[in-house]
Design a protein around this ligand. Structure first.
Ligand SMILES: *[C@@H]1O[C@H](CO)[C@@H](O)[C@H](O)[C@H]1NC(C)=O
Ligand SMILES: *[C@@H]1O[C@H](CO)[C@@H](O)[C@H](O)[C@H]1NC(C)=O
Ligand SMILES: *[C@@H]1O[C@H](CO)[C@@H](O)[C@H](O)[C@H]1NC(C)=O
Ligand SMILES: *[C@@H]1O[C@H](CO)[C@@H](O)[C@H](O)[C@H]1NC(C)=O
Ligand SMILES: *[C@@H]1O[C@H](CO)[C@@H](O)[C@H](O)[C@H]1NC(C)=O
Ligand SMILES: *[C@@H]1O[C@H](CO)[C@@H](O)[C@H](O)[C@H]1NC(C)=O
Ligand SMILES: *[C@@H]1O[C@H](CO)[C@@H](O)[C@H](O)[C@H]1NC(C)=O
Length: 644
């Protein structure tokens, strides 16, 4: 408030001292500016911030969000961001309506900030190039459609262009390459197609380039390494992410073709020599189809901190020069075709916090030098050709390691005792798809910080130890496809002493558990979304307490020996999308309450002993006959009508 008062005083002083020569900004508004602003306001029919409602009269320089040059009286700034934050409050406002092309009448505009108004639709005006004084153009986080006009290349003073998170489409105009003063070009999360224009290599002041989540294709411009000031490049996820038209799902072969034609491909062309991109700190190229080797010249990218090259088609070995990148904290190389051994020099990456090399063709042995990675917290070596035989003891001695992913690493023998007391308590442990034998150790529940445990697809012959009830932080438990026997009741006690427990996922399918189903839902597992107990030897009756699992989305109890009637309480699981109860011995009728399962998308009640009429109506009648087949006496839609 105080500041604003002072500003008014200043303005009045200008008026009185420099009366004749300078236009008073309180008197009015340049007619073009006024017309542009009122047309803009006219395009908006709903403004939750209430700012536009205060745009009355002709003194536009006083309007909220509008600033003028104090000499010319022309409007230089419109700042109406959706996200409003002051000392007192923070809130996200919205404007419904369309962006009036008349905004281009404000020819002295230097800053246009209409970012994050969420409901703002329309197009970027084709004559946006008229706004030749524009330095900052923020139109991100709206619903703008159409293409980026070629005329944008006339905005030679533009420093920041933020158009991300809209529905913009078409090719990126090569005229963008003429914006010599641009330091931030953020076009991510749109629907742009075509290739990255070569002209981008002329953007010599560029520091931030973000084109991720579009449908761009073709090669990365060959000379992009000449953008010496770049600090951040994100070209990831250029594969029609999440935007495949629904209809394509029906044409499987075409969907593959679709995906195959929209991604960046070819080799990573930078840096070509020492000194190039020496400021680059963040590089994200994941989820494209980039090929060739990781350039050995990556060793020149001395500022690199976070790098993802995951899920491309990179091959060859990991260049030893990566060990030079002292600043590196996160390195994602998973999902490529990298081969050879992990170079010894990786042990030099003393700031490395995360290393993910899963799903490649890396051979063993692991270099002992890796034990020097004092800051490493997450290591994912899953699914390579490592054939580790056992978990290296030095791994368990690393001071910061708390998330270990060693799936499919050819590990044999028992779960080693040294995991019980690692220097940094284990939070995530994945030893799935190995050759582990023996029992699940009795101490497992004492890993009090364990969040995720995956021991699936091993040869564990074991009961579930009582200690699992002691887990405090467990969110994900996957023990499927082992030879686990006995009762499940301890599993249903996990987190019971911690009312805000985090357990959301349990997979114990494909084992030999026989009892414990009567404990399901007893206790406080209110957050479980996924429970799979299929392919066990479970007997008994589903208790009504199953209705307590309010968050459940997927319940699979198929291929067991469960009997008695289907309890109505299942119908209380209103979020349920998947319900698989086939191949059991359930008797009686399908409760009419099942019609309440409005979110059900996947149902299987086949091969039980159910009788009577299938409750008429959605969602039940919409499932195919096979979901109800093989029962003792079901009738009604979708099966044949009941004989009355
Ligand atoms: C006019 O605005 C400029 C830039 O905002 C400022 O530096 C200058 O002091 C102002 N002039 C007067 C007379 O207030
Ligand atoms: C870069 O700019 C120069 C000079 O303006 C121009 O001659 C050249 O064609 C531009 N390069 C690309 C790849 O567009
Ligand atoms: C897929 O095909 C089915 C039957 O051919 C049709 O009913 C459905 O509407 C199609 N789905 C989409 C998303 O096009
Ligand atoms: C894995 O390593 C062990 C010894 O370290 C060796 O006997 C075995 O043949 C290897 N297996 C494969 C598939 O390479
Ligand atoms: C556990 O590991 C298996 C095999 O690696 C994998 O398929 C499964 O998704 C993992 N479970 C969870 C919950 O991530
Ligand atoms: C449950 O597990 C079985 C066997 O592991 C698997 O085939 C099935 O797809 C799983 N069910 C769900 C709903 O994920
Ligand atoms: C299921 O919902 C009904 C009402 O919709 C309620 O009376 C009943 O107590 C609920 N049962 C459970 C187990 O939550």
């Amino acid at each position: 408030m105080g500041c604003q008062m002072l500003w008014h005083l200043l303005v009045l002083t200008i008026m009185t001292t420099a009366s004749g020569r300078k236009r008073s900004i309180l008197e009015g508004c340049d007619p073009g500016d006024l017309k542009g602003l009122t047309s803009f306001r006219g395009g908006i029919h709903w403004d939750t911030s209430g700012r536009l409602a205060k745009w009355v009269g002709h003194s536009c320089c006083e309007w909220e969000g509008v600033s003028c040059n104090n000499e010319t009286g022309r409007v230089t700034e419109i700042r109406l961001p959706g996200f409003i934050s002051t000392d007192d409050f923070v809130f996200q406002s919205q404007m419904e309506g369309w962006l009036s092309p008349s905004i281009t009448l404000l020819t002295s505009l230097e800053v246009l900030d209409l970012g994050g108004l969420v409901g703002l639709s329309g197009r970027i005006p084709p004559i946006i190039g008229h706004l030749q004084n524009l330095r900052k153009l923020y139109l991100y986080g709206n619903k703008l459609r159409g293409s980026v006009p070629e005329s944008i290349g006339k905005l030679l003073k533009l420093e920041e262009l933020h158009l991300h998170e809209n529905k913009l489409s078409g090719f990126l105009p090569s005229s963008l390459g003429g914006l010599k003063n641009l330091n931030a070009l953020l076009l991510h999360s749109n629907r742009f197609t075509g290739s990255i224009p070569d002209s981008f290599t002329n953007l010599t002041n560029l520091m931030h380039l973000d084109l991720h989540c579009n449908s761009l294709s073709g090669h990365i411009p060959r000379n992009i390494g000449e953008l010496h000031l770049l600090k951040e490049i994100d070209l990831s996820e250029n594969f029609l992410s999440g935007r495949i038209p629904d209809s394509v799902n029906n044409l499987t072969s075409i969907s593959v073709m679709y995906l195959d034609t929209n991604h960046l491909e070819g080799e990573i062309p930078f840096p070509s020599n020492f000194g190039q991109m020496a400021s680059l700190g963040f590089l994200r190229l994941q989820n494209n189809h980039l090929s060739g080797r990781i350039p050995p010249n990556f060793r020149y990218l001395v500022s690199l901190q976070r790098v993802s090259l995951a899920n491309n088609k990179l091959e060859g070995s990991i260049p030893p020069g990566l060990g030079n990148l002292e600043a590196l904290t996160e390195l994602y190389l998973s999902g490529n075709k990298l081969s050879g051994q992990i170079p010894m020099s990786m042990g030099l990456l003393s700031h490395l916090i995360l290393l993910s090399i899963s799903h490649n063709l890396i051979h063993g042995p692991l270099p002992d030098e890796m034990s020097a990675l004092k800051n490493l917290q997450t290591l994912d070596l899953s699914f390579n050709l490592l054939n580790l035989t056992s978990i290296p003891t030095w791994l368990a001695e690393m001071p910061s390691l708390s998330r270990m992913y060693l799936a499919g690493c050819g590990i044999k023998g028992q779960i080693p005792d040294f995991l019980r007391s690692t220097p940094s308590p284990i939070q995530e442990l994945d030893l799935s798809v190995n050759r582990l034998t023996g029992v699940i150790p009795t101490w497992i529940g004492r890993l009090t910080q364990l969040y995720s445990l995956n021991l699936s697809r091993n040869y564990l012959i074991s009961n579930i130890p009582d200690s699992v009830a002691e887990f405090q932080e467990l969110g994900v438990l996957d023990l499927h496809s082992n030879k686990i026997t006995g009762s499940l009741d301890q599993v249903f006690k996990i987190g019971n002493s911690f009312p805000d427990g985090s357990l959301t996922y349990i997979d114990l399918s494909d084992n030999s558990c026989t009892s414990g189903i009567e404990q399901i839902g007893v206790g406080t597992q209110q957050r479980i979304k996924y429970l799979n107990l299929s392919h066990n030897l479970l007997e008994g009756q589903l208790p009504t307490s199953v209705g307590e699992l309010k968050a459940m989305q997927s319940l699979d109890l198929s291929y067991n020996k469960l009997g008695f009637s289907l309890v109505n309480a299942i119908a209380n699981l209103s979020l349920l999308e998947t319900l698989k109860l086939q191949r059991n011995h359930f008797t009686g009728k399908i409760p009419v309450e099942f019609l309440n399962l409005k979110n059900l998308k996947d149902l299987d009640l086949s091969d039980n002993l159910l009788v009577g009429e299938i409750p008429a109506g959605e969602p039940l009648s919409g499932f195919p006959q096979s979901c109800f087949s093989g029962n003792k006496g079901l009738c009604g839609k979708p099966l044949s009508p009941c004989k009355s």
